[in-house]
Design a protein around this ligand. Sequence first.
Ligand code: ADP
Length: 260
Amino acid sequence: MLIENEPYYKTIGNEIEVFEHAFKNKLPFLLKGPTGTGKSRFVEHMAWRMKKPLITVACHEETSATDLLGRYIIKGTETVWKDGPLTKAVKEGAIIYLDEIAEARPDVIVAVHPLTDFRRSLYLDKLGEEILAHVDFMFVASFNPGYQKGFKELKPSTRQRFISMSFDYPNAKMEAEIIVAETGVDEADAKRLVQIGNKIRNLTEMGLAETVSTRLLVDAGKLIHTGLGKRLAVEVAIVEPLTDDQDSLAALKDMTSLMI
Ligand code: ADP
């Protein structure tokens, strides 16, 4: 899909330049970092900037090579082959974005190997066919290097096939700017939301599985902008999504209600 309108993306460092060079050199690109740090938005922005179609696949535990490559489907009385999203991207010269690639089944990694090296080819075993990637095809994936339990790892042999960049929470000034641009709240509210985010991010002793992402702060900003009470907005957009533990919830609510 070609993206018509510019997706808002606040540049954090030299990621745009690196991405463009990765594309020129036909090198696959891996975005590392926790959820909600702007990885998907960055890829959308780059696809728009480079005027290339983007095909995104959100990988999960059940995502298999067949889902990406394609399968035979029954159409009336016939069985016909239907290309999967990866095959489509390889043929059409799109950017494929496999979000959370490590979550997918192991056969996905096996299938994409020849695409991520000099061969730039895809083998469709069900058709016994090898296809060479279109000159504009680019392989992009994201990966959450979960230092917490429950996240899957990527093997070093796979990781070394990618140009990689880390994404993290932006500094306070940039994060407030993103919240203002994304939600329309005033700067003072945006700054307060960032302060709340940073305060919770520093509470490492709480053992939260995931901490406050820019996404959660943006969501709180949206609710405030449409007129929901600020404390309630912070509670439902930031605190409640983080934990189900009653004591932690109470502590976080107390703390944040004093800050907004
Ligand atoms: P990820 O793919 O890392 O999970 P997203 O790209 O979906 O995260 O970002 C979540 C939200 O955070 C976006 O919808 C956007 O509102 C906001 N966001 C985070 N970082 C940026 C950024 N650098 N520029 C613009 N928006 C951002």
